[in-house]
Design a protein around this ligand. Structure first.
Ligand code: CDP
Length: 199
């Protein structure tokens, strides 16, 4: 199952809820790019970082900052970096018992044959507000205006890149969560999946 969409649209929360409800393994593919971005900030080239990612790189508590997200999105433009991360994502997707992957290009490039595809979106203002609340709760001192700027810049870079741009797959169900609380968004996604999977 694939869940794509822009920053802070609710992909992660929806993906985790669906994984729990349907018994699928879950991979947040943004973490791969964030881990690369973090190592670039620490002085490596993006290609070197992508070629040598380890589980330890993903299991860190310093990946969810604005700086790392920005570095991730810059690294994510590079075709070599994306290519280095394909096999890991595809083999995760083939797990027995099923898997849900969330990201930007899962339904279009990584798993074009996914059984169910969702594209989760919301207005930039709503997404920036949610992300601002999350960052503040995690102790980061940021203004809502700077988060909105960051979200807009990243959306533009992610949607505008040549290789694997962020776009809804033709056969994805688009879910706009601008006016949905998290419970309603999860319920809407669950309803779509139930109908497609027949369980
Ligand atoms: O949590 P948020 O939605 O803000 O970001 P994320 O999913 O952690 O992804 C961080 C960045 O990684 C994105 O802005 C994309 O540039 C990149 N990314 C990507 O290119 N392809 C993916 N499948 C996942 C993330």
């Amino acid at each position: 199952m694939s869940i794509d969409g822009p920053a802070a649209a609710g992909k992660g929360t929806i993906a985790r809820a669906l994984a729990a409800r349907f018994g699928f393994a879950h991979l947040d593919t943004g973490l791969l790019y964030r881990a690369v971005g973090r190592r670039v900030l620490a002085g490596e080239t993006a290609e070197m970082a992508a070629a040598s990612l380890s589980p330890l790189d993903l299991d860190r508590d310093d990946l969810r900052t604005q700086e790392v997200a920005e570095a991730a999105s810059r690294a994510a433009v590079l075709p070599t970096v994306r290519a280095l991360l394909v096999d890991f994502q595809r083999s995760f997707a083939r797990r027995t018992g099923g898997a849900v992957l969330d990201g930007r290009d899962i339904g279009t490039v990584i798993c074009p044959d996914a059984e169910v595809k969702l594209f989760v979106t919301a207005s930039a203002e709503v997404r920036a507000h949610r992300r601002w609340l999350e960052l503040r709760a995690a102790g980061h001192e940021v203004t809502e205006a700077s988060v909105l700027d960051d979200v807009r810049a990243r959306d533009a870079r992610d949607a505008g890149r040549k290789d694997a741009p962020m776009v809804a797959a033709g056969d994805a169900m688009v879910l706009d969560t601008s006016e949905l609380g998290i419970d309603a968004a999860v319920a809407a996604a669950e309803a779509v999946v139930k109908e497609r999977l027949g369980r």
